[in-house]
Design a protein around this ligand. Structure first.
Ligand SMILES: [Fe+2]
Length: 276
């Protein structure tokens, strides 16, 4: 059962020296690696030769109105081919406003936005020559909602005919902040489209306000939600996202092992026994 870890520059040393079984795959943001040479570029090549690498984009801005940067899409396609990347994902959000803002903004949940975003996803899939996955994001200021978030996500996935990166921490955070039931929400997702899962830590600002930080260990409620997702949809590759405030590497490996144990609990009996 595949449990992965985010490839961040701060982790380059430990990842290069990793023991077999520390993680099953890595994930990087290609935006931060395209065109990078020197020690880090070399490190990336070495790691992607040794481990499967999936990519999670930051800056395509699927919800925006500005045309895509065709040159960037071409570079991205080459990068995905060069590193034999099996899954490329992006956020179901927009982040550009006359430049690149890395804050991810929610898209208004309207019929018009469904057609707009689905068309943009199709453009990206055509340009990259592959299916992509889009991630459910966490958001704080609720966008205009002509339809519930779950209907918006499902309509986009169907119209774009793309896959879903299911971030269970984002569902946990949104469910608390926007007062909905996380299990009901997940039950309505199209399980067959889930390419992989994300788990991450968040910050408890208040009882009714959680902030998606990727800077802390995964909380018990999020582990439970990963377990529920595996029970509903079956185990899929799952990635631990940690972007800053890094603990000792051994602690990350222990969290990756918890991810793997969670997936394994839901694997068919023959797989569980073969790996026991
Ligand atoms: Fe995520």
């Amino acid at each position: 059962m595949a449990a992965g870890l985010g490839l961040r520059r701060a982790l380059m040393g430990p990842l290069q020296a990793a023991a077999p079984g520390d993680f099953d795959f890595l994930e990087c943001a290609p935006d931060n690696w395209i065109g990078v040479g020197g020690r880090f570029g070399e490190g990336l090549r070495e790691l992607s030769a040794k481990h499967p690498l999936v990519c999670h984009g930051l800056s395509l801005s699927l919800g925006a109105v500005e045309p895509f940067d065709e040159t960037y899409l071409l570079k991205l396609r080459r990068f995905l081919d060069e590193h034999r990347v099996p899954i490329y994902s992006e956020h179901l959000s927009y982040c550009s406003d006359d430049g690149q803002l890395y804050d991810l903004m929610p898209i208004p949940f309207t019929e018009e936005a469904v057609h707009h975003v689905a068309g943009r996803i199709r453009q990206v899939q055509d340009a990259l020559g592959r299916r992509i996955a889009v991630e459910n994001i966490s958001y704080y200021a609720a966008p205009y909602q002509a339809m519930p978030e779950i209907d918006f996500i499902n309509a986009v996935l169907a119209e774009a005919d793309c896959d879903l990166l299911l971030d269970v921490n984002n569902i946990f955070v949104n469910a608390v902040n926007h007062r909905y039931d996380a299990h009901d929400f997940m039950r309505r997702l199209p399980g067959a489209r889930i390419a992989y899962y994300h788990v991450a830590g968040h910050y408890d600002e208040a009882e009714d306000l959680k902030v998606d930080t990727h800077g802390a260990p995964v909380k018990p409620g999020v582990w439970e939600l990963l377990d529920t997702a595996c029970a509903m949809f079956g185990p899929r590759p799952a990635l631990l996202e940690r972007d800053f405030n890094f603990p000792p590497y051994a602690e990350l490996v222990a969290e990756v092992a918890t991810v793997r144990d969670t997936l394994r609990r839901h694997a068919p009996a023959e797989v569980r026994h073969a790996r026991a």
